[in-house]
Design a protein around this ligand. Structure first.
Ligand SMILES: NC(=O)c1ccc[n+]([C@@H]2O[C@H](COP(=O)([O-])OP(=O)(O)OC[C@H]3O[C@@H](n4cnc5c(N)ncnc54)[C@H](OP(=O)(O)O)[C@@H]3O)[C@@H](O)[C@H]2O)c1
Length: 230
């Protein structure tokens, strides 16, 4: 067991729920802290939960300190209600965590972003993701790992009908997408994204900023997911 510590934001989400047990059981982090607005129904000797309204994040700066920061935070325009609230969650909260954690000496920031993130995109969602990626990289962490999955597959507490239909279609197209130049469009199980994030944090393959496409996510999670599927 090393002396490294981890902090996970978005641990109650689809990817975060898959990532939390992987971090706790990795034997790499002596402590895993979660930041969430509601308690997580899990007890573990290495788990520390910090539950608060994210609008009061500055008052909880002491809790935002670890070597490896995993950010799986996000909402949808539908859930947020309007663009300003979407921006608040997906951009402001994520940047606030990144800034506070850096001040506390964090070494590696791992951001769950999205395919198509581009500050110049015509789509507001992709613009916000692109601005977040740009500004995060400008913080100059020793390591910044940005994951850009296409559609996430997995069981959600509240099903989203558009995502369910897109998942159905992309899963059927997967044999075609997997081999060709469009493999970055493949829908990806949330568990594989979590596995890839964990493995990149363990192996720390690149200094500075590095982006992982869907193709990379499948590659980084391949050996591990095959083990867990045996
Ligand atoms: N859906 C896709 O197919 C897809 C594809 C590519 C990339 N992404 C991106 O990947 C990231 C994670 O996606 P996901 O599907 O795993 O997310 P998710 O299941 O919707 O979970 C989002 C997480 O953010 C938290 N959160 C949302 N609003 C919050 C607020 N106001 N205050 C505090 N916490 C808040 C949620 O907490 P609660 O549980 O308390 O709500 C949850 O832990 C997002 O940034 C998303 O944009 C998604």
């Amino acid at each position: 067991m090393t002396k490294r510590t981890a902090l996970l934001v978005g641990a109650t989400g689809l990817v975060g729920q898959n990532l939390l047990p992987l971090l706790l059981d990795a034997g790499v982090w002596k402590r895993v802290t979660t930041l969430s607005r509601r308690p997580i129904d899990l007890q573990h000797r290495r788990l520390r939960q910090k539950v608060f309204d994210f609008d009061t994040m500055a008052a909880h700066a002491d809790a935002i300190a670890a070597d490896d920061i995993f950010c799986c935070l996000g909402t949808t325009l539908r859930e947020a209600g309007d663009k300003a609230r979407f921006h608040r969650v997906d951009y402001d909260y994520s940047m606030q965590v990144a800034t506070l954690a850096q001040r506390a000496g964090a070494e590696h920031f791992l951001l769950l972003s999205a395919l198509g993130a581009d500050e110049k995109s015509l789509f507001f969602y992709s613009q916000v993701k692109g601005r977040l990626e740009r500004d995060l990289v400008q913080l100059n962490y020793p390591r910044t790992s940005i994951f850009q999955p296409s559609l996430l597959l997995g069981e959600r507490r509240q099903q989203r009908s558009m995502e369910r239909w897109a998942g159905w279609a992309l899963t059927r197209l997967d044999p075609l997408l997997a081999q060709g130049p469009l493999s970055h469009l493949r829908a990806v199980p949330a568990q594989r994204v979590a596995l890839a994030m964990r493995q990149v944090a363990v192996e720390r393959p690149f200094p500075g900023p590095h982006t992982y496409t869907c193709r990379d996510i499948f590659a980084w999670s391949a050996a591990l997911s095959l083990q867990s599927e045996r």
